[in-house]
Design a protein around this ligand. Structure first.
Ligand code: OOB
Length: 543
């Protein structure tokens, strides 16, 4: 197959030639594949530790060699250039070796998260027409070989099931090796990876990220985070997610010559011990987990003093929690607003503490273009609320194999419609105010879920809050507040919460009609509060 066919092949929307030329001329796109990047990192940092996973420690040279031997094994299995391989591995050295081995076969990993189950896996395998599916034997109490058997029965394109660990009826990933030989040339402008969209509605979509754009994503992020070869990063969130993978994450740390420590879970009982043992300097979390860390740190005997930077992103961070983090955890905080589709926004080391606590930073690249538009597609006045649209050197121009959806998700001139409601401050900093669709339509009045959640969180007894719509025959939708209770507090009644909201000056139509108190809120595969699951649960009468 010629590179041209892959490049313009079905499902992938390349950047227009003029933009591609500009991004190359500006030095953002360097024309190197991820497989070749690892080779240059190994030449530079050969004996240094690249990856720590359990008791295993891989130097850069060992990682490079294992990627080559696994690539040879994959090629022997018939994995060819442009083939998609569904990968569902937890944070282990196997993930890293496989990721680079696939790059060296010019094959494309489809990065499922360990928490995905049958409906997502079958959908992703069908959509990508994956030829292979790679799973762990068991992870977090779940037997992935059974899921693999179901997927193989349902999706005819799946020719190989490879298992990290005990293979059962399938092939052990450890057996997929061979003497390193010639490898197919990959096109740096072709997709290196298909990421799974974090969207909250409908089935997940696939996001093609090219070698050029993803390498830039990781390199520029590493610069903003001032990573050096002395940094030791904890991959705490599932590393198949864009944030711990490339923002700057695994790829940014390896590009800086540092060490990545793979954590099997982000929870304090696992992560704190690894931070102490490996002298971890930087990690990334979603807000619910950051909240848990600040609660548990008081009781934890571990020494976290090596930590210099905690990145938090993926969902709205309560400014109160943001202000507490530096003193509670003894490190700097960075807010990261990002999306698998591309655009990243970071607070910077030179930002004031208040800017870090209350904004989601500035776009990563000087060549990121952002527009904040009203419902009619007109720019809002500076500082006003609108929908964020983005275009740039690492923001996709189309979802994979989604022509119909793409027609509504991009402007004619290639801006991606993020679905996020933001304000842009005169300094360029973005403040994310919620999702366009995250409103409850209560008898024609629009209630912003985020605004109500912020006000609920201001009540001392409320630890977490999520506002969702409940269908209602007369009002269309009712406002339902779901909360968890702060330690040592009594649950407030709906009437008490209403009084609290009135005191804060919130209009009566925004007050919740229903209150549900839960021990814990359901989370998505990466650990964000999952409103979809919450709505399903409420509909099922499970409260
Ligand atoms: C990250 O990526 P996704 O693809 O899982 O989710 C993207 C969506 C954004 O469109 C936005 O709605 C929300 O998650 N989000 C935030 C946020 N960061 C992401 N909402 C409020 N504040 C933030 N800081 O979640 C992701 C990818 C790369 C880096 C960081 C996060």
């Amino acid at each position: 197959m010629s590179t041209e066919t892959i490049h313009s092949g079905p499902g992938f929307t390349p950047w227009p030639a003029a933009d591609a030329r500009r991004y190359r001329e500006l030095g953002h796109w360097q024309g190197t594949t991820l497989g070749d990047l690892l080779r240059s990192w190994a030449a530079r940092s050969g004996t240094r530790t690249a990856v720590v996973s359990g008791d295993e420690r891989l130097s850069y040279a060992e990682l490079d060699h294992r990627a080559d031997t696994m690539a040879a094994g994959l090629i022997a299995l018939g994995i060819a250039r442009g083939d998609r391989v569904l990968v569902q591995l937890p944070n282990t050295a196997d993930f890293v070796v496989l990721f680079f081995a696939l790059a060296r076969c010019a094959a494309i990993p489809v990065l499922a998260l360990p928490a995905h189950r049958r409906s997502e896996i079958v959908h992703l395998a069908e959509l990508s027409e994956a030829v292979a599916y790679v799973v762990p034997d068991r992870h977090a109490g779940f037997d992935h070989r059974r899921l693999a058997a179901e997927a193989a029965a349902a999706v005819p394109s799946l020719r190989h099931i490879l298992v990290a660990g005990e293979p059962g009826p399938f092939v052990a990933l450890s057996e997929v090796t061979g003497a390193p030989g010639p490898q197919p040339a990959a096109d740096p402008a072709a997709p290196a990876v298909l990421l799974v969209s974090g969207g909250t509605t409908g089935k997940p979509k696939l996001i093609p990220r090219t070698h050029n754009d993803y390498a830039y994503n990781a390199r520029a992020s590493a610069e903003v985070c001032e990573l050096t070869a002395d940094d030791i990063a904890l991959a705490a969130l599932p590393v198949a997610h864009n944030f711990p993978l490339a923002c700057p994450g695994l790829l940014g740390v390896l590009g800086s010559g540092g060490t990545v420590v793979m954590a099997p879970a982000p929870s304090p009982d696992v992560a704190f011990g690894l931070i102490e043992r490996e002298r971890v300097t930087v990690t990334a979390l979603v807000p619910p987990m950051a909240h848990l860390w600040t609660e548990m740190i008081e009781w934890a005997p571990e020494d976290l003093s090596s930590l210099r930077l905690l990145q938090i992103g993926g969902a709205r961070l309560d400014p109160e929690l943001a202000r507490r983090i530096p003193s509670a955890l003894g490190c700097e905080l960075q807010q990261v607003f990002g999306m698998a589709e591309g655009l990243l926004s970071y607070t910077r080391p030179e930002d004031s503490a208040e800017t870090v606590a209350t904004t989601q930073g500035r776009p990563l690249s000087p060549d990121d273009e952002v527009r904040v538009l009203d419902r009619d597609g007109e720019p809002v006045r500076p500082g006003e609320l609108g929908e964020l649209w983005a275009r740039g050197p690492y923001t996709l121009r189309g979802y994979y194999r989604a022509a119909h959806h793409n027609a509504g998700a991009f402007s004619d001139d290639g801006f991606f419609r993020t679905g996020d409601l933001v304000r842009q401050l005169p300094s360029g900093h973005l403040v994310v105010e919620g999702r366009v669709k995250d409103v409850v339509n209560r008898g024609g009045e629009n209630v912003s879920a985020t605004e109500l959640e912020e006000n609920l969180l201001a009540h001392p007894a409320v630890a977490q809050a999520a506002v969702v719509a409940l269908p209602d025959a007369t009002m269309g939708e009712l406002v339902c507040a779901v909360i968890t209770i702060a330690a040592m507090s009594a649950p407030p009644s709906l009437r008490e919460l209403s009084a609290h909201l009135a005191e804060l000056g919130l209009a009566t139509f925004m007050h919740p009609d229903r209150l549900v108190v839960l021990d814990a809120l359901p989370l998505t595969a990466v650990g964000k509060i999952s409103k979809r699951d919450l709505i399903d649960r409420l509909a099922g009468g499970g409260d």
